[in-house]
Design a protein around this ligand. Structure first.
Ligand code: PMP
Length: 361
């Protein structure tokens, strides 16, 4: 007799992962092609010598570092095993069956999975044609049953980012008892002059007694620590306190905490590598435009090809040439910016792609 499990989870698709062939060029998961910043590897080695002890479950040292950096109290900072863990905790904190979680689509696929996990109804709001979140439609989708809203900027997978004025207007339009998550996983690659710095915004908004926006960032992308699993959020103290009480004890490892603290001391190296990624991003985009693709402007470390029905054929075409990219079947393909050599291999593959209808795209 099968064990009783939640029937509403019977058709759960799960998070998609792809097998990675040896020697493949990995441009499918928005990681950086570089390792941890100097001297983070050394710090990881030292911290590994103490893994017979449990980590500090409160993450005190890292939270103090982050609080100092963003001008908030340590009580406003939450840590998670990746910011994905914080996304889940925020859903667990706010939403139950019958409630709604509103988010843009296509966007970070975990939003859908997380909504299902907590039994809430997912309300997906289509993006604008330029690949950015449609804040007007998102605001319209917020209703009586909405408990949580995700706003992703730059949006994964399209790369479009939002400006300060439109974001502030949106936050002000959401009822103050609905929590809004500003997901800034790719913040370090944003260069638009009117960008809203979510951490500063939440700091000021919380100080004014308005606690319904939380900003999330991660060490997985620009800091090169995707495998370490560590991300963070800044909110008002009440939300952060509730998140901490809900978190799985010891889920953020001691090695990850040490690596994150050391990473925060490497600002100069971080800026250099982000500049290199952005330069490559623009070079790859120009080349793809030259091949006849339409590519939205990206504020992240990836680019979006809106190939529609040809998305999966393009992915397979690249895979056959040893290049892994991420397809969203029927919608498009997301390509992470790699090293110059990796991007050259991808561009060579892209140049050879022909849709079934002929050479044009
Ligand atoms: N938010 C967005 C928009 C992402 O793309 C990702 C990773 N792909 C995350 C959150 C989660 O990152 P992590 O859990 O590695 O911190």
């Amino acid at each position: 007799m099968p064990v009783r499990t939640r029937p509403d989870l019977d058709d759960l698709a799960g998070f998609s992962t792809v097998p990675i062939p040896a020697d493949a060029v990995e441009l499918a998961s928005n990681e950086l092609p570089f390792g941890p910043l100097d001297p983070v590897l050394e710090v990881i080695g030292r911290a590994a010598g103490r893994v017979h002890r449990y980590p500090d479950s409160s993450g005190r040292v890292l939270r103090e570092h982050l609080a100092g950096r963003f001008g908030v109290t340590p009580g406003q900072v939450s840590l998670g095993a990746g910011s994905i863990a914080l996304c889940l905790q925020l859903a667990q904190l706010t939403s139950a069956p019958g409630d709604e979680i509103v988010f843009p689509w296509p966007s970070f696929e975990a939003y859908s999975l997380i909504a299902r996990t907590v039994g809430a109804t997912a309300r997906r709001v289509p993006l604008r044609p330029d690949g950015r979140v449609d804040l007007t439609a998102l605001a319209d989708a917020v209703g009586d049953r909405t408990r949580l809203v995700f706003v992703c900027t730059p949006n994964n997978p399209t790369g479009g980012d939002l400006g300060r004025a439109e974001l502030e207007k949106f936050f002000d339009s959401v009822p103050e008892d609905v929590l809004v998550v500003l997901d800034e996983a790719y913040w370090e690659f944003v260069r638009r002059p009117d960008a809203l710095d979510g951490m500063a915004y939440v700091r000021d908004r919380s100080a004014a007694g308005r606690g319904n926006v939380v900003a999330l960032r991660t060490f997985s992308k620009a800091y090169g620590l995707a495998g370490m699993r560590i991300g963070y959020g800044v909110s008002c103290e009440d939300v952060a306190d509730r998140l901490r009480r809900l978190a799985l004890p010891y889920s953020v490892s001691s090695v990850a905490q040490a690596a994150a603290v050391a990473s925060l001391d490497a600002d100069e190296a971080l800026a250099l590598r982000c500049a290199a990624v952005i330069e490559e991003r623009e070079r790859v985009r120009t080349e793809l435009l030259g091949l006849g693709h339409e590519i939205p402007v990206s504020g992240a470390n990836f680019l979006w090809l809106g190939l529609g029905p040809h998305a999966d054929a393009f992915r397979l075409h690249c895979l056959e040439r040893g290049v892994l990219v991420k397809a969203f079947p029927g919608e498009g393909v997301r390509i992470t910016v790699g090293t110059g050599g990796e991007n050259a291999r991808f561009l060579a593959a892209a140049a050879e792609f022909r849709t079934p209808a002929g050479p044009a795209l």
